[in-house]
Ligand binder design. Structure first.
Ligand code: ATP
Ligand code: MG
Length: 268
């Protein structure tokens, strides 16, 4: 079976004081190859934990992750990760960062070179190959991170707040780039974000998670990501359903946050 299966995943963290945190409870989800899913939810609802389990960085307390039919038992190049920031190799230039994965696999320049250059062009960094990482803006660094991830040719790309540290304009451009890459490469993508707007624009499936324990609250299927592939994202936002869904999700998350605050005050 191809695609990603998240099967009854639960995760409990045992704490040094003897207590425990139920970070995830019974999360079940299937992603077909090429699907783009955004994940939203209040802080602490287990989004990063779920992504780390799919990446193979964490073993779940219960449940199973399967990728193209085999059980995930650790990190693998088939599942690439793009972090919020700071995950580039500062001692390598832009091109060396992107070539890192293929080189680790033992490929030679003659094998990976053309693809690495192509990917740098795709993310608009063709003229910056020899630059040091510190010479780049935040947006450019995230484009290097995307190209580096794509150079490993993963089946699934996992992104944890990849655009969270960028200014509004750069972020908008990067959102368009993510959609372009999604359509051009046909990769399966899971993207975590705190922005409702971003989740609406970058999710043909949008998952809302709820906290304590972290679980799936609601899933939407949305037309905006497809529309955004060829259209200006500002035009997409004028779609009659866009604001309606945005308001609905904002209210939903607001209610969850209120509940969390209420509980915290009660227990204080
Ligand atoms: N290694 C750990 N040890 C103990 N508790 C942890 C650990 N990692 C996460 N948690 C707890 O699990 C819960 C889920 O954390 P997680 O980081 O997955 O949330 P999140 O949804 O990504 O939050 P945010 O939106 O703030 O990034 C939180 O209550 C957190 O404190
Ligand atoms: Mg997180």
């Amino acid at each position: 079976m191809s695609g990603l299966t998240i099967e009854n995943i639960s995760m409990r963290f045992d704490l040094p004081n003897g207590g425990s945190v139920q970070a995830l409870k019974d999360v079940t989800l299937e992603l077909k190859p090429g699907e783009l899913m955004s994940v939203l939810g209040p802080s602490g609802c287990g989004k990063t934990t779920l992504l780390n389990i799919v990446a193979g960085f964490l073993a779940p307390t219960e449940g199973r992750i399967a990728m193209n039919g085999h059980t995930v038992q650790g990190p693998d190049a088939e599942r690439g990760m793009v972090f919020q920031q700071g995950a580039l190799f500062e001692w390598m230039n832009v091109r060396e960062n992107v070539a890192f994965g293929p080189r680790m696999k033992g490929e030679r320049e003659a094998q990976y070179g053309a693809n690495v250059d192509h990917l740098l062009d795709v993310v608009g960094l063709g003229d910056f190959k020899d630059k040091a990482i510190y010479e780049l803006s935040g947006g450019m660094q995230q484009r290097v991170a995307l190209a580096r991830c794509l150079a490993n040719d993963p089946d699934v790309i996992l992104m944890d707040e990849p655009l969270g540290a960028l200014d509004a304009l750069t972020r908008e451009k990067m959102q368009s780039l993510v959609l372009k890459l999604w359509k051009e490469t046909g990769k399966t993508i899971i993207l975590i974000t705190h922005s409702v707007e971003e989740a609406l624009l970058l999710g043909e499936r949008l998952l809302v998670m709820a906290p304590r324990p972290g679980r799936i609250h609601k899933e939407y299927r949305l037309p905006f990501a497809d529309l955004g592939v060829d259209q200006d994202l500002r035009e997409v936002k004028k779609h009659p359903d866009y604001n309606k869904t945005r308001e609905e999700i904002l209210a939903m998350i607001w209610d969850m946050e209120e509940e969390i605050m209420g509980r915290t005050e009660e227990s204080a």
